[in-house]
Structures are given as structure tokens and as C-alpha cells.
Design a protein around this ligand. Structure first.
Ligand code: NIG
Ligand code: FE
Length: 411
């Protein structure tokens, strides 16, 4: 049993265990001078410090600070080997991202290094925790054959403090040797799905549906098979050019459609009228130097459920910082700070089917939250690219404190 006391703002996001839409996204349910009591890794009680039921327990003093639910970063490619700073420079000098891929670089470069590396791991797990993220989704997709896709998914099972939810992304790019027989590759992915499922290595299946990657029809074939195996669907949809991926996401009942930088008006309507979470990844477009972002305002106003994520990967988005992603969401997509927080917590949890357990601070939920050294939640996106997280709790345990470092060093 442990208490957190005197949070200046305890931002609870209390409410229904599902993605929030439209005006609901602004309703953060903040408790001033808030307290939490934790038992068995879960929130047992949350309310005003004055009303705390048991004052005897050990307590963490959060005076003057803001508490947020742990960020659920629902879209990452966190298992990789080599940073691609060379490509970063090539892009600055004028070569577009999809052209680097067409020349055998980009994703295919990461594939080469993953296949050569004997020990794979979730990269930057501690850094996620230091920035207030307590759960991530992570995708395979740098193996692109059975052996190495399975190795990537196995590496995700090894990370235990940061919660990692694995997604099979066997159709991330077409390896050069399949250039003249795409169907052989797709059939291989369909077979590999069975191997993934048989080993219970991934709960979601994703496909990069994009001109230059995979078509809507190829996506549909893979998703249909994944669903028949009991997997859930996530999707890279309409990232740079529209191939009406959003409509495919609605058609196959995807849990989320991600990116949507080039979503059509019709696509927005289809998403808004579905259960699909529209996951926006503004740091990707920012790092690619794009000036056009996903139409978040239109999506929220039409009633779509919007989530935010980092897309952490060595190509397009080398950041783990959800606070910075919220800054971009506010400044570039005109989301309000409240909407950005909702999109990064409960809606991120919904995008990985965990809204019943994660994404808010209320009785029964897993006690995952972080403490920020600001007095008003709006200051978190307002101060750009500053990490205000000073403490992170996972399942009720203080696993990171700025002044003491990362567990187990100080425990
Ligand atoms: O979400 N677009 C496809 N996949 C990643 C990039 C992966 C990479 O470049 O390594 C993305 O942007
Ligand atoms: Fe991605």
C-alpha cells in the first residue's frame, strides 16, 4: 500500500474504458490537490488529498506537480539495430524518403542490420520510461522473413519494466528479391502469420499500405487471414499519398489506422463512423520536413477517436518523447493541450485494446502514471521539447526518479 499525495493537478481521465471522441477529448477530470492510493499494483482510490482513506501508508509527496496517466505510445518500431543518421542527411540534401527505400535503403537498410545482428532488443526502453511512457506497442517489420520476424517479436517479450505490446508487420517493405513476384512474398507473409500465431508472439497484424509499399488489395488479403487467426488489425494508412487506406481500415474493422497525413475527406468520414482509432504521428512528418500534417481538427470535429504516438523508428521518427509529440499536435494540428493528453493516454490505450486497464487514473486501473515538474498540465506541451517527467510509476512501483535514476540502481 502506498499513497501519492498533494498533486497540484491529478489529471485522471476518469470515464468510460474506451476511446474518447469529439468534445469528450477535452474532459480530463482533473482533481486539484489530488491523491492516489495504490494496492497490488492497481489504483485503489483517487480523490482529494484531504479525503484520503488511509493516511498511515508510505507516501510520495507530489506537491506543486502535475500527475498524468502513463503515456501509451501505441505505434513504435522500437526493435532495430542501427541509427540511420546518414539517411537523415541525404533527405536534408534532397532525396525523398520513399526514393531512398526504392533504392534499397530506408526500411531495407534496417532489415540488413537486423538480419546480421545476433541479439535484438527493444531500444531505448529506459528512455521511454524517463519521458513518462509506461507502455508501448512495437512492430516487427525489419526481418521480412519468417526467421527474423520471429526473432524481432521474441525480443519484445524480453522487455519487462516497460510494457511492450507486439505487432507483426511482415509486410513493411518488399525485399528486392521479390520485386518481380510480389505474390510469392504476400503468400509467405500469409504463411508466416500462422507461425506468429502458433507461438502467440503478436496480438496485432499491421501492413504498410502505401503507394511504393503495399496495395489496398494486398493489405486486405493479409488482414483477412490475420482476422481468421484471431488477430487484431492495425494499419499504416495514407501516410504520404492516399490509397484510401482509411476506408480499408474501416472495412476490416481495424483497431487503429495510423499516420493519415494524406487521408481523404471520405476517409475521415469512414473513420468517424467506425470504431477505428485514428492514430496521428506528427513527429514523423516533422522529421521528414513536411509542412502538411494530418487534419486532426476535422477528425475530432467529425467525431473520430484520435490518438497520438511517436512512431519511434530509426528512419522517420527518432524520438521517444510523447511530450514533444503533444507539442507538435498542438502547434501544427491545432489540437488543444487537453485533447493531446487524452490522445496520448486513454485513446492510446484504446488503440492497443487496453482501455479497460490502462490510460486513466481511477480505481481498478493499473497504477501506471508519471509526475511532471510543472504546475499546470498545459505547460507540458507548451514548453517545447523539454522533458518535465521527474518520476514514473509502473504497476504502482516507482521505477524511475530523476534524482535517483532508473531502477534497480536505487532500489
Ligand atoms: O511509420 N512507414 C513505414 N514505417 C515507418 C518507417 C520505418 C523506417 O523508415 O524504418 C513509419 O514511418
Ligand atoms: Fe510506423
Amino acid at each position: 500500500m502506498m499513497n501519492i499525495i498533494h498533486a497540484k493537478q491529478l489529471v485522471t481521465l476518469a470515464g468510460p474504458p474506451r476511446a474518447r471522441r469529439g468534445k469528450e477529448m477535452r474532459d480530463l477530470r482533473i482533481i486539484d490537490d489530488g491523491a492516489i492510493s495504490i494496492e497490488g499494483g492497481k489504483v485503489a482510490w483517487a480523490g482529494k488529498t484531504d479525503d484520503l482513506p488511509d493516511r498511515q501508508a508510505e507516501s510520495f509527496d507530489a506537491s506543486g506537480k502535475v500527475l498524468l496517466p502513463g503515456f501509451v505510445d501505441s505505434h513504435t518500431h522500437a526493435v532495430f539495430v542501427r541509427p540511420r543518421a546518414d539517411e537523415f542527411e541525404w533527405r536534408i540534401e534532397g532525396t525523398p524518403y520513399m526514393e531512398i527505400l526504392a533504392r534499397g535503403g530506408g526500411i531495407l537498410n534496417s532489415v540488413r542490420t537486423v538480419r546480421e545482428c545476433t541479439t535484438l532488443s527493444v531500444r531505448f526502453a529506459d528512455r521511454f520510461l524517463e519521458h513518462g511512457t509506461t507502455t508501448i506497442e512495437a512492430k516487427s517489420g525489419y526481418g521480412l522473413n519468417r526467421e527474423h520476424e520471429l526473432r524481432m517479436l521474441e525480443a519484445m517479450q524480453l522487455e519487462h519494466t516497460l510494457e511492450v505490446i507486439p505487432t507483426y508487420l511482415g509486410a513493411h517493405a518488399l525485399p528486392a528479391e521479390f520485386n518481380d513476384n510480389r505474390d510469392v512474398f504476400i503468400n509467405q507473409v500469409l504463411d508466416d502469420l500462422e507461425a506468429v500465431r502458433a507461438r502467440n508472439l503478436a496480438e496485432f497484424c499491421d501492413v504498410f499500405v502505401e503507394p511504393g509499399a503495399f496495395t489496398v488489395d494486398e493489405g486486405r488479403r493479409i488482414f483477412t487471414k490475420a482476422k481468421s487467426l484471431g488477430m487484431h488489425i492495425k494499419m499504416h494508412a495514407d501516410e504520404f499519398k492516399s490509397s484510401d487506406g482509411a476506408s480499408l481500415a474501416a472495412e476490416v474493422g481495424a483497431v487503429s489506422a495510423d499516420h493519415l497525413g494524406a487521408v481523404t475527406d471520405e476517409g475521415i468520414t469512414r473513420l468517424a463512423n467506425s470504431e477505428v482509432v485514428a492514430t496521428l504521428l506528427p513527429s514523423t512528418l516533422f522529421m521528414l520536413g513536411e509542412t502538411r500534417y494530418a487534419p486532426a481538427r476535422k477528425m475530432i470535429e467529425r467525431g473520430a477517436a484520435v490518438a497520438l504516438a511517436t512512431d519511434f523508428n530509426p528512419g522517420t521518427s527518432p524520438t521517444v518523447n510523447m511530450q514533444f509529440v503533444m507539442t507538435l499536435a498542438c502547434s501544427q494540428m491545432r489540437m488543444t493541450p487537453a485533447e493531446a493528453i487524452c490522445a496520448s493516454t486513454i485513446n492510446g490505450a484504446a488503440a492497443v485494446r487496453r482501455a479497460d486497464r490502462l490510460g486513466s487514473i481511477e480505481p481498478g486501473k493499473q497504477a501506471d502514471f508519471a509526475v511532471y515538474d510543472v504546475g499546470d498540465y498545459r505547460e507540458i506541451p507548451y514548453y517545447a521539447a523539454v522533458n518535465f517527467c521527474i518520476a514514473t510509476f509502473k504497476r504502482g512501483v516507482l521505477i524511475y526518479a530523476k534524482d535517483r535514476g532508473m531502477r534497480p540502481e536505487f532500489q
